[in-house]
Design a protein around this ligand. Sequence first.
Ligand code: ADP
Length: 504
Amino acid sequence: MLFPLLSQEAMNILGAALSLVIITLGITSILKIRQIQRLNKTIAYLKKSLDELDEQAKLIVRTDLELNKTQEELDKKINGLYALQRISQDVGKTLDQNDIFQRISQEHIRQIGFQKTLVFTKNQQGKLHIRHQVGFDEEQIQHIENKFTWPGLYDMLKEKSITLSSASPSQEMRQVIQSIAAATNLDSFIIAPLSKKEGLFGFILLAHASGETALTVTEGDEELVAILASQISQALENAELFEAVYSQHQELERKVEERTKELSGALNEIKLVNQRKTDFVSAVSHELRTPLTSIKGYASILLTGKLGIVPEEVKQRLEKINIHSNELTHMVNNLLDIARIESGKIALKLEPLDILSAAAYALDLLSPQIKEKSIQARIDIPQGLSPALGDQSQISRVFINLIGNAIKFVPAEGGSIGISAFESGQVIQVNVADNGIGMSQNDTEHIFDEFYRADNAINQKVKGTGLGLTLVKNIIQAHQGKIWVESKLNQGSAFSFTLPRCKT
Ligand code: ADP
């Protein structure tokens, strides 16, 4: 017995105290256990959070790597686009096909991320031939050329560009691509089509230099090369168009030259024929003048009665001979003058010419006819008009012919003629207008031809030769001037001519 000596009371107190201790210990243990449980929960929670954090960190690292890659790709693309812009500018500067290829330099190729290039185009016979290359040897080029005769390749290129990793539609196709890679020692390349409206006409191959590791063709590369190929295609198409236009232009020039030669030959012939005609007319007119003068002379002598009395009937015939001889002489003289002016045998005496005086002189000379038909004739030329450069006697003939015609073709009562002149740049323009019977358009087109006379009532009554206006035209042209007519049937005509202004 441990506590034999203790009283019952003490024993009770001890028992109670022990119970209290045991209870206290129990409670403390329970609290500790709860505390441990809570700690365990916290540890588990922390562990989970740690795992999550670890996951997130891994994700951030992965995202960062991807971002770097994208950034790299983007930088490559931007550089490539800059390079493309430079190539485009360079290539666009020329319209010569060969020059276009020469401008795709090694530097340009390097800037878009490649080191080797090869361009083939089809010629007119459909045969491939090399146009440009950087970094390949003869044997490799030959090999690629041979492989490219395979038609399936063209079919595939029609769709899109080809890379070593392209999904090939057929086993044969795959072999072709791999054989190109093997024979050329390439492990990364891209082939893009060169095409124009009519279809595919060649291709461009761009490759990384062999031995460079980790270089593969990316989607970005494919896009850049597709743009490059379309730029080259466009430049080649432009050059082709230019060449076509240029060769057409050359052809046209050749034809124009040929025709000009033919025309100048024909013109020379016409000139020769014209010269012969002029010589002939001139010779005949000369020959006619002498007998005409004799006829006129004899008729005049006979008319004087010095050779015996001339009966009235004979007198009338002789007078007719005289009138006809005068007409003939006038005609022969006109013909001779036309021939002389045409052949340049009449030397013009060019001097400052007062147009107002020349017009007034002609009007004065023709005043009897003007009065006879009661025509209103008016000169409307300013006093201070600059002088023309002309031969006075020849220009007087021009005025006499034009005013004489106007008198002939205006009506007897109410006829009017107006002569005006003005300065226009380096020339003096003169107009002789009337309100006479006018002319049809067909007549105005032929009016200056030799012997041309319009078919009208006045011409049927009044005689004429149809040589006056030809002479007038020749005189004006000999002065380096121009002459033309504007006329309306039954309303009137206006003849205009120009003469050079006399430079003071
Ligand atoms: P001609 O007067 O001797 O017939 P011209 O050469 O002077 O020869 O004129 C040719 C023709 O031009 C005339 O016959 C006439 O039909 C036409 N013609 C010329 N001047 C005029 C005019 N002022 N009005 C109408 N017709 C004219």
